[in-house]
Write a protein that binds this ligand. Sequence first.
Ligand code: GRF
Length: 202
Amino acid sequence: CNIVVLISGSGSNLQAIIDDLAEHPTAKIRAVISNSADAYGLVRAQQAGIAQHVLNHKEFADRLAFDSALIEVIDQYQPDLVVLAGFMRILTPEFTRHYAQRLLNIHPSLLPKHKGLETHQRAIAAGDTEHGCSVHFVTEELDGGPVVIQASLAISADDNAEQLAQKVHALEHQVYPLAVRWFAEGRLQLHQHKAMLDGQLL
Ligand code: GRF
């Protein structure tokens, strides 16, 4: 199973997936692509001997031009799965359709709550008692695709957004590698807008 990972920042989720695949070689990350040249995730890719590409979205006329250039780079690697790991770009419907059924994302909230940005402070502000992260198939709807796996924690009264973000990050590093591995093993699929694991609806 060929995987391409898209990042924008530190790439701690990328690292978690690299480490997990080292233990369970059911898939291979063929390339890491970042829209930012100074994403630390590129260093992680280099250290893991994985090809890196930088595609700076500011160098493209519009979202469509960027996404089609991105598709061109990605498809060189013939991916069975494209993993968004902290990729901070909103993707066009053309892109999500091109990778339909084989595009995963991780979002730092218990979807469908808190789609979009600043999820940790929003969970605190909303007085939520629990919070967490969700791995989901990516569809045209932002942060709206079928959820594959979630991990949750109790928000404690003295948690601030930064502390909560760190706790959620730790959960992300547990569940994302698992979801990627399920897909690589052919156990996880998106079937008629429903996520299925071993043939069971999730
Ligand atoms: C994570 O919080 C993830 O939920 C969100 O962006 C962040 C990525 O962090 N999509 P990293 O670059 O994987 O460390």
